[in-house]
Structure formats: structure tokens, C-alpha cells
Design a protein around this ligand. Structure first.
Ligand SMILES: NC(=O)c1ccc[n+]([C@@H]2O[C@H](COP(=O)([O-])OP(=O)(O)OC[C@H]3O[C@@H](n4cnc5c(N)ncnc54)[C@H](O)[C@@H]3O)[C@@H](O)[C@H]2O)c1
Length: 314
């Protein structure tokens, strides 16, 4: 198939694009290479993963450029992974999240509508569940109290996808990812941030005194679930993609320390605005719809992450 991957220089987008290229698909990548985090990491992912793909530097909000791209290519599927992705940054900069995650998405959907591209697999987030005490989170739970603007833009994206499905027949699977980690991950996320600071002997900020639980999901598991959905149209569906086994933040810091062979200096802090206490995916729907089966345990995933960290940052 001819596939467009937006955000293809990103952590998840580059890994999804690689997997699609390896399966023989014709892949085009769009990314604006913004400097929300180190741009060199994005360029290095392109070098590492995107051999065989067409890589176009463009902004998904640029109506003319995106229109031109769809005019020149008849895409069968769009994998939409471009977004402003950090929860905490969205507290200070809500407007750019609305602009990219909502207006950018609509821009892509409009180009799809105009050019008859009728399938999208898109990235949503566990943030849409807010601080629901009802865990594990199931897709049929009401998700109308996001704690962050980031979560609100992700929920809005899901609702827009539903409208474009009913009105214009664009099928969409919207995956709610749960804390994705692994090699080539984002430097604003805890694992890479912690690894860098611990390695330099610097103090790490640990929120809510470490009393947070996250359903850490290894990148390869996310990619395998995502790609299964690219191969299988199912109309409109919102689907959790997680490991389904939340880990205490302190346990995960301990595993990171063991693998780095260093002790972390911790600055214990109160809860951050926008943050949630726990994320926990019920993955029954992903299993039933796509045969999704996460395979990488957190201790194994952290080991692989640290191996990459040493190689990349040494
Ligand atoms: N990593 C996680 O734990 C996680 C969890 C839940 C949801 N998600 C979602 O998964 C998707 C991918 O996240 P990621 O962790 O790979 O983040 P990332 O920041 O590494 O990837 C996003 C990519 O999109 C690009 N981008 C941003 N704005 C753009 C624009 N206007 N035009 C074109 N490209 C643009 C960025 O340059 C970046 O390369 C995002 O939608 C994110 O919200 C990620």
C-alpha cells in the first residue's frame, strides 16, 4: 500500500514507518522537525530508520503543502503520528497543542476527503481518561475530564475522526497509547530525562513523591499493534494500546539505576498540574480486534533502552 506517515521523524512515527517499509509498503514521511526537543535526534532517527522512505519536511498545518502532497500521491492509508506530545509542556503552551493536534489533524482529514483517501490510523493517548479512579481503563468509559489541554486535544481528535467517518466515510482506528518507552525515545519523557541526569550525577525531579503508576509500554509492542491496524480496516474504533501492567515509578527508577550501575539523587516533589496518578490499560479490545499481544516486560525493556542510551549518548 501507499502510506503517509505524519510525524515520521518522531519516536513512534519513525519506528512505525520502518516496520511498514520492511513489510513492503511504499512509505512517505512528513515531519516539520520542530525544536520542541533536540532536532538532531529526529535527523538521526531518519538516518537510522527511514532508508527507503520519501522524507518531506512540511508542517501538517500547511494547507497548500499538504494538499500538493495528496495531489501528487494517491495514499491508501494515513498513519497520523504528528503532534505536540508532552503533557507538561501543554500546561504552559496550550495554544500550540490546539493548533497542531486539532487544526493540523483537520487539515490532513480535509486533504484526505478531497483526494479520496479513506483510511487513517491515528495516535491518541491514555491522557483522555484524566484521573479516572476506575481502572483498568476501558474504551467505553466516559472520557470527558482530561486533566491537561494535551489530553483534551487528543479527545477532540477522536471525536473529529468519528465525524469524518460518519459524514465522509473515512475509516479510522484511534489508538490510546500508554506511556511508550524504549530506544530512540523522546528526551522530554521520564526515562531518557532520568537516564541523562543520573549519568551526570544530577538530581532527578520525582513528582507526587514517586507515588505514581504508569502502564509502561515498549515501543516494539506499540508498533506491532499499530501496524496490525494498518493492515485491517475496522470502520471507526478507539482502542487502548498498552501493556496492561502498571509499574510504580520508584520500581522503575530502581530498574534504571540497576542497569546504569548508578544511584539516583532524587528531589521529591508534589503532584504536577496536568498529571495523573495512574494509567492502566485494559487491552481486551486490541486483542479481540487485531490479535494484539504485548510481549516485552518492563525489566527487559529498560535493559534494551539502557543499551541504546549508552550507544547513542556515549
Ligand atoms: N510517547 C508516548 O508515550 C505517547 C503516549 C501517548 C500518545 N502519544 C502520541 O503518539 C504520537 C507520537 O508521539 P511520539 O512520542 O513519537 O512524539 P514525537 O514528538 O517524538 O513525535 C511527533 C513528531 O511529530 C512532528 N510534528 C510535530 N508537530 C508537527 C507539525 N505541525 N507538522 C509536522 N510534523 C510535526 C515532530 O517533529 C515529531 O517528530 C503523538 O500523537 C503523541 O501524542 C505518545
Amino acid at each position: 500500500m501507499k502510506i503517509l506517515v505524519t510525524g515520521g521523524a518522531g519516536f513512534i512515527g519513525s519506528a512505525v514507518a520502518r516496520s511498514l517499509i520492511d513489510s513492503g509498503h511504499d512509505v512517505t514521511v512528513v515531519d516539520n522537525f520542530n525544536d520542541y526537543y533536540e532536532v538532531s535526534l529526529k535527523h538521526d532517527r531518519v538516518k537510522e530508520f527511514l532508508n527507503g522512505a520519501k522524507v518531506i519536511e512540511a508542517d501538517i498545518r500547511d494547507r497548500d503543502k499538504i494538499g500538493e502532497l495528496f495531489e501528487q500521491n494517491r495514499f491508501d492509508v494515513v498513519c497520523n503520528l504528528a503532534a505536540m506530545a508532552g503533557v507538561r509542556y501543554s500546561v504552559e503552551h496550550p495554544d500550540i497543542y490546539v493548533d497542531v493536534n486539532i487544526n493540523g489533524l483537520v487539515n490532513i482529514l480535509e486533504a484526505m476527503r478531497e483526494h479520496g483517501c479513506l483510511r487513517m490510523v491515528s495516535a491518541s493517548s491514555s491522557s483522555v481518561y484524566g484521573n479516572s479512579s476506575d481502572s483498568p481503563y476501558k474504551e467505553n468509559m466516559v472520557a470527558d475530564r482530561p486533566e491537561s489541554v494535551y489530553g483534551a486535544t487528543k479527545r477532540a481528535g477522536e471525536l473529529l475522526l468519528y465525524s469524518y467517518f460518519t459524514l465522509y466515510g473515512i475509516q479510522a482506528t484511534s489508538f490510546r497509547f500508554f506511556t511508550v518507552y524504549g530506544p530512540w525515545s523522546r528526551p522530554d519523557m521520564a526515562m531518557l530525562k532520568f537516564a541523562k541526569r543520573i549519568s551526570k550525577g544530577e538530581t532527578i525531579d520525582v513528582y507526587n513523591n514517586g507515588k505514581l503508576r504508569r502502564d509502561f509500554t515498549y515501543i516494539d509492542d506499540i508498533v506491532s499493534g499499530f501496524v496490525l491496524a494498518v493492515e485491517k480496516p475496522v470502520g471507526y474504533e478507539v482502542v487502548n494500546l498498552g501493556r496492561g501492567e502498571p509499574v510504580e515509578l520508584m520500581d522503575y527508577i530502581k530498574k534504571l539505576e540497576e542497569n546504569l550501575g548508578l544511584k539516583a539523587k532524587m528531589n521529591l516533589l508534589p503532584m504536577q498540574p496536568g498529571d495523573v496518578y495512574e494509567t492502566f490499560a485494559d487491552t481486551t479490545k486490541a486483542k479481540e480486534l487485531f490479535g494484539y499481544e504485548p510481549t516485552v516486560r518492563v525489566d527487559e525493556g529498560i535493559e534494551r533502552f539502557v543499551e541504546w542510551y549508552r550507544y547513542y549518548y556515549s
